[in-house]
Design a protein around this ligand. Structure first.
Ligand SMILES: *[C@@H]1O[C@H](CO)[C@@H](O)[C@H](O)[C@H]1NC(C)=O
Ligand SMILES: *[C@@H]1O[C@H](CO)[C@@H](O)[C@H](O)[C@H]1NC(C)=O
Length: 337
């Protein structure tokens, strides 16, 4: 074990590292120096665990600062943290201005199970998921609570991957709790989101597809939006289909409780017709959506939406009355909104 530990530390100091024969990797406490990034590429089937937290010096390196790239991996953080020292970067401008902020902070390639670790204070986007096989992300805490004033674009999970389950995670941040940008067979269940922009599919750009997503049993509190499907207004050959919401408890403090829009980056505008949104259902057990802001509790801004949407298990309240524009022929059945 000891020599493997050494490999990991060396990986940060030199530009070479070779863990490709390692089936057991231990990550001890250390600091990643300025300018360096780390990639863990162990043998297929490897087990990786942490025995201490990893801290990152203020750096001008671009993200990801840490990459997991191992197939069939079993990773457990054992409750330890990746400390991004976001407060050294946060200036209220996010990735759109101000000081350069390395992002994403941690990237997942390869595939497997990833559990029980903490992301503490990511400079901007926390976790990028680009896995290539069946994967699960469980019992992860993204704690960007300290960015409440100056943290921006601190997305919890940004997902471009298929066959992934997210379960029992907690995200405290200032942007999307999860943003699903492409992929299919994705489950987001029993997670807790606080302070951010809620649970999002999108934003969807040209040639991207999201399908067969289940969003169930989640709780969203103190968030700008509750849940969104957002498709770029100029997107072509893009689609969002077969999305099922069940048993979620969602509260938005400011804007829409639920927003489905093909006008992104506007909430409501001139929706595009180069993409299709179909089969958006609220079924199974009841999903409650509330908003306390002066926005419609539910907004639907479709340029081209199709199918019959079963909203029988949606109960939305608060805010202003709902604003539903269903161009494209979609029909909504049931629900209270
Ligand atoms: C959504 O509801 C519609 C109408 O009930 C149904 O035809 C469709 O199969 C449902 N989609 C999913 C993914 O369950
Ligand atoms: C809509 O969903 C509800 C709850 O899951 C189900 O009982 C009902 O049969 C569905 N309606 C249609 C038209 O599929």
């Amino acid at each position: 074990m000891q020599s493997l530990v050494t490999f990991v530390v060396l990986a940060t100091t030199f530009s070479f590292s070779n863990l490709s024969a390692c089936t057991s990797v231990v990550i001890t406490a250390f600091e990643v120096p300025a300018g360096d990034t780390v990639t863990i590429s162990a043998a297929s089937g490897a087990s990786i665990e942490m025995t201490g937290s990893v801290s990152f010096a203020y750096t001008s390196a671009t993200g990801p600062l840490w990459t997991f790239d191992t197939d069939d991996v079993t990773f457990t953080g054992k409750g330890y943290s990746f400390k991004g020292n976001g407060d050294l970067y946060w200036d209220g401008e996010g990735t759109g201005g101000g000081v350069a902020k390395p992002h994403p902070f941690v990237k997942f390639k390869g595939y497997g199970s990833f559990t029980d670790f903490i992301i503490k204070d990511s400079p901007a986007q926390a976790i990028s998921v680009g896995t290539t096989g069946t994967s699960s992300f469980t019992d992860i805490l993204v704690d960007n609570l300290d960015g409440a004033e100056l943290g921006h674009n601190t997305d919890g999970f940004d997902v471009s991957a298929s066959d992934v389950t997210f379960s029992g995670n907690k995200v405290y941040n200032q942007d999307d709790c999860i943003a699903i940008n492409s992929g299919s067979n994705i489950v987001f269940e029993n997670n807790y989101c606080s302070g951010g922009h809620g649970i999002s599919i999108g934003s969807i750009s040209s040639d991207k597809t999201v399908s067969a997503v289940t969003i169930s049993g989640n709780t969203v509190v103190e968030s700008m939006y509750g849940m969104r499907i957002k498709v770029d207004s100029d997107a072509t050959d893009a689609s969002v289909s077969d999305i099922t919401y069940s048993g979620n408890t969602i509260s938005a403090n400011d804007k829409y409780g639920l927003l489905i829009s093909q006008s992104y980056s506007e909430d409501f505008g001139t929706p595009g017709t180069g993409s299709i949104i179909s089969d958006i259902n609220f079924t199974g057990s009841k999903t409650t959506v509330t908003t306390s802001g002066d926005y419609p509790r539910v907004g639907v801004d479709c340029g081209k939406c199709t199918g019959t949407w079963n909203w029988s298990e949606l109960v939305a309240s608060g805010g202003d009355s709902s604003d539903i524009v269903l161009a494209g022929g979609a029909k909504i059945s049931g629900g209270s909104y």
